[in-house]
Ligand binder design. Structure first.
Ligand code: SF4
Length: 916
């Protein structure tokens, strides 16, 4: 990539399925600057906090730089030969189904394509599955059952014209922020837009909702079956559409009516008011332009497929598919989950949307790939695959670009499986993940900024991801690694690509097999089959189907002709009923929901490198309703142990009314590299949807108990430390170092002594300055200075108010002057250090700065806070949180309210309302 500051390279964000276009440029200091690509139709220049911070995550910290075999550094020829020989030997001895690939939505389409080609086409097994199984496989089932194809019918443009948007099972504000901001802007512009959020939790997404239905977990099928029954009862069905273009309506309606006999019963099951339920049903019934957006809250369930079809049924019944502003719209989690679906990354699909069990498809693929070994049966889905490893049926597994020890349910079982497996190959860009620890062979892969290929976003848009930086060490492209192993396994003729563009055009040609006119399968890329290297290099975003190369941004909907890809060409209603939930276990009386937070991504291998992103929420937590907490004798910020039948975690309790009684929420991101015991997947069972194989991450039966300890510490270091000797620790990346939160059963003084020993050992150098102070509260503060720079600092006490010590996050990055020394020694916080928890990651604005603006500068609207503090003026992801801070502050300090607050994002509040 050029270092000319004026030249920007277009690429795609590394994170969620929105698939935002970015532009990147290297500055004179060698730093990667990132901005939104204004010409990209997914985001028109907007980015969220994660996208904006991409440049901070490309450091080579912790990168895997060299292949290794059994812990001994190796070179590429040796490592590739070793992997090829071991796989070949295993296949020869135990057959093709004794090996497996577990791949990832982080792979590019080209990587995915060759991995699938090798496993299904030449090894001859279906055993390739992807971590996208955990994210959206229930949506795949829903679409395929209803439309005969895994196709998202709508596009983002529908957000601009929909008049009812139902957001169900999705915290769009945090998980897909650019889509959320687009919808929020529409909400501010249009009076005719009604938004319903369906979520057991009150999330930031509710900030734009006209109606929030906080349904009980796992009652979605009852809710949408109730809607179908309501539409029938109130003559709001599109009978012509049902008659002419669908099948199975009567059975689906009968099932819906059986599980939702009347509004009163449905409302009681959901635990929402009948009035709210009726409001939702009426709006859906009366609003033609109804868009249903759903995501992991719908998919990650043991009845996820039924949930999806219960939503789709309501759209078929009203004919609301294939027209602007309406349709069932699943928003994918990962950047290329969609690309994986397209090239056969799921164990139950062949490439290019062709199917197992279709002899014509088998013949076409065999001829196209020139193979006689094409797998004839579906392979094992993710959970079953790791069960088979555990049972010794799979004896060699290759994990690519994913971290199953942290992300698959029942982590202990995954670890046991990997420990037992005779050959575990892991290709990853990071050296130390929870999974690389169990690898016999480690292969260094390129990271996001080094990779070149394509990804497909949630609206079927294929975008180029371009190489921005050179790869460090010996890191290579995933597609290259796979092809080199394939060649050494004896399949050289089929894997001789000169560059990734050749892989892509082969895939594009495959989509046309028996399908030149796109009538057999809608995934058709005939317009891209003739791309040469230059054309591929310069490819602009293309939304499939691509009949001719798209030279401008288009917005296509599917099924506009009311023709589907089922045998009868008609959409299929699927009769679904709620599945009986696991009987309640009195020992685990609470329901734990799991999910993402705003500024982190998956297992933090990238976002954990950015101090900006780490500052928003620095510690793993569990959100608990205050009434539950009171019963359990748990205070805000105390440490609690969460236990399930599978395992346990130790996290910080956060009391919030936004969490319904009897339910809790914990984020998924922390793992063994970033916390002692905070991996939520330790708790989740591997029960999964019988059709999609997707595990139920959203409702685990747990109990929670206060965890007692004798001391706490905050430890600031310039180097990463091994703190396994302590009972509780969490690591946070800060500028120039790390901030650890520690709790332990040692006494405060013993903890301080242990820390001192650890730091002395680590430093091995004479310290030039240290100070100890024992105040009345027995707080021990130590600071070590070397060459006029702060080297390490820690504070220990029986109990610390950790959130009041968040100023430590900034200390290493500031020149060590007398005021900072004073703060370190005395704990009296002043100056720049006083801004508290970071709320706005883009502009680095803390909660204290915002609160002071409200209190001291009279800011009583979002706009005035923005102009006083700059908070909320970057990507906008923090705006709901800033609004909540303002609303909470004014609610608790009604005497400060001097005017009606009317700014966007904050409800209109009057002095009278506060006094009441
Ligand atoms: Fe990246 Fe944010 Fe866009 Fe998702 S919404 S693709 S995380 S910038």
């Amino acid at each position: 990539m050029t270092e000319d500051k004026n030249l920007w390279t277009k690429s795609t964000c590394a994170y969620c399925g929105v698939g935002c276009g970015i532009e990147a440029s290297l500055d004179a200091k060698g730093e990667l600057n990132i901005r939104g690509d204004k010409s990209h139709p997914a985001n028109f220049g907007n980015l969220c906090s994660k996208g904006l911070a991409l440049g901070e995550t490309v450091s080579h910290d912790g990168r895997l730089l060299q292949p290794s075999i059994n812990g001994v550094e190796s070179d590429w020829p040796t490592a590739l030969q070793h992997v090829a020989e071991k796989f070949s030997q295993t296949i020869e001895e135990f057959g093709p189904d004794s090996v497996a690939f577990y791949v990832s939505g982080q792979l590019l389409t080209e990587d995915y394509y060759v991995a699938n080609k090798l496993m299904k086409g030449f090894i001859g097994s279906g055993n390739i599955d992807t971590n996208s199984r955990l994210c959206m496989s229930s949506s795949v089932v829903g679409y395929k059952r209803a439309f005969g194809t895994d196709t998202v019918p709508g596009c983002y443009e529908d957000l601009d014209t929909a008049e009812l948007v139902v957001i169900t099972g999705s915290n769009l504000a945090w998980c897909h922020p650019v889509i959320f901001q687009r919808l929020k802007a529409e909400k501010e512009k249009r009076d005719n837009l009604f938004i319903v959020v369906i979520d057991p939790r009150e999330t930031d997404t509710c900030s734009i909702a006209d109606l929030h239905l906080a349904i009980q977990p796992e009652t979605d099928v009852t809710l949408f079956n109730g809607l179908l029954a309501y539409l029938a009862e109130h003559n709001k069905l599109d009978q012509d559409y049902i008659q002419a273009h669908s099948e199975g309506f009567d059975t689906a309606l009968e099932a819906a009516q059986q599980s939702s006999q009347d509004l009163t019963q449905v409302a009681a099951t959901l635990n929402v008011s009948e009035q709210d339920l009726t409001t939702f049903y009426q709006h859906f019934a009366d609003t033609e332009k109804s868009l249903s957006i759903y995501s992991q809250g719908t998919n990650q369930s043991t009845q996820g497929s039924s949930k999806v079809n219960s939503i789709i049924n309501t759209h078929i019944a009203t004919g609301r598919i294939g027209k602007p502003g309406m349709g069932p719209f699943s928003i994918t989690g990962q950047p290329n989950a969609m690309g994986g679906r397209e090239v056969g990354g799921l164990a139950n699909m062949l490439a290019a949307h062709m199917e197992f069990g279709d002899p014509e498809a088998h013949q076409m693929i065999s001829d196209f790939w020139q193979t006689e070994q094409l797998a004839t049966q579906q392979g094992l889905k993710a959970v079953d695959m790791f069960d088979a490893i555990n049972e010794g049926k799979i004896k060699a597994v290759w994990v690519m670009a994913t971290n199953p020890v942290v992300s698959l349910p029942n982590s202990n079982k995954i670890i046991a499986a990997l420990e037992k497996c005779p050959l575990v190959v892991v290709s990853d860009c990071m050296a130390e993940t929870a999974t690389t620890k169990y690898a016999d062979v480690l292969l260094p892969a390129q990271g996001w900024s080094e990779k070149s290929g394509t990804v497909t976003n949630s609206e079927r848009r294929i975008s180029r991801q371009r190489r921005l930086l050179p790869s460090p060490g010996a890191a290579k492209a995933d597609w290259w690694i796979i092809c080199e192993v394939a060649k050494r396994m004896g399949f050289a003729d089929a894997f001789t690509y000169l560059h990734e563009g050749e892989v892509f055009t082969e895939f594009a040609k495959m989509t046309t097999l028996g399908n030149e006119d796109g009538l057999k399968r809608d995934l058709n890329l005939i317009g891209l089959t003739q791309l040469d290297a230059k054309g591929y290099s310069q490819l602009t975003p293309q939304q499939w189907p691509v009949t001719t190369l798209q030279t401008e941004n288009i917005h296509q909907r599917m099924f506009t002709d009311k023709q589907f890809f089922t045998a009868s060409k008609k959409a299929q209603f699927i009769a679904v009923s709620p599945t009986a939930q696991k009987p309640k276990n009195a020992a685990y009386p609470l329901i734990l929901n799991s999910g993402r937070i705003r500024d982190h991504w998956h297992t933090m291998t990238r976002t954990g490198l950015s101090s900006r992103l780490g500052a928003h929420i620095a510690e793993p937590f569990v959100a608990i309703n205050p009434e539950d907490a009171k019963t359990l004798n748990i205070e805000n910020d105390s440490l609690v142990a969460i236990n399930s039948e599978q395992g346990a975690t130790l996290v910080r309790a956060k009391l919030t009314e936004r969490q319904s009684k009897g339910q809790m929420f914990s984020p998924i991101h922390w793992n063994k590299q970033t916390a002692k015991s905070a991996n939520v997947c330790n708790l989740v069972s591997d029960d999964n949807d019988p059709v999609s194989g997707q595990p139920g991450f959203k409702s685990t039966q747990v109990n929670v108990k206060k965890w007692h300890y004798h001391s706490e510490a905050m430890l600031l270091t310039r180097e990463s430390l091994d703190l396994e000797l302590f009972d509780y620790w969490v690591k946070q990346k800060v500028e120039q170092g790390y901030l650890y939160r520690i709790a332990d059963n040692r006494s405060p003084i013993e903890l301080a002594e242990t820390l001192q020993g650890l730091l002395n050992n680590k430093l091995g150098k004479t310290l030039q300055f240290s100070t100890t102070e024992q105040s009345l509260q027995a707080v021990h503060r130590y600071a070590f200075v070397k060459d006029s720079k702060l080297s390490n600092a820690y504070i220990t006490a029986a109990q610390l108010t950790t959130h009041s010590l968040e100023w430590l996050q900034s200390v290493l990055d500031l020149p060590l002057d007398s005021s900072i020394e004073l703060t370190l020694i005395s704990g009296i916080v002043q100056g720049k250090l006083a801004q508290g928890k970071i709320i706005c990651a883009c502009k680095q604005v803390g909660i204290n700065t915002i609160t002071e603006a409200i209190q001291d500068q009279g800011c009583q609207s979002l706009d005035s806070i923005k102009s006083c503090t700059s908070a909320g003026t970057g990507c906008g992801s923090c705006v709901p949180e800033v609004s909540n801070i303002l609303a909470d502050y004014l609610e608790n300090n009604p005497h400060l309210v001097t005017e009606a607050v009317t700014s966007n994002g904050v409800e209109k509040i009057t002095v009278e309302e506060f006094i009441v």
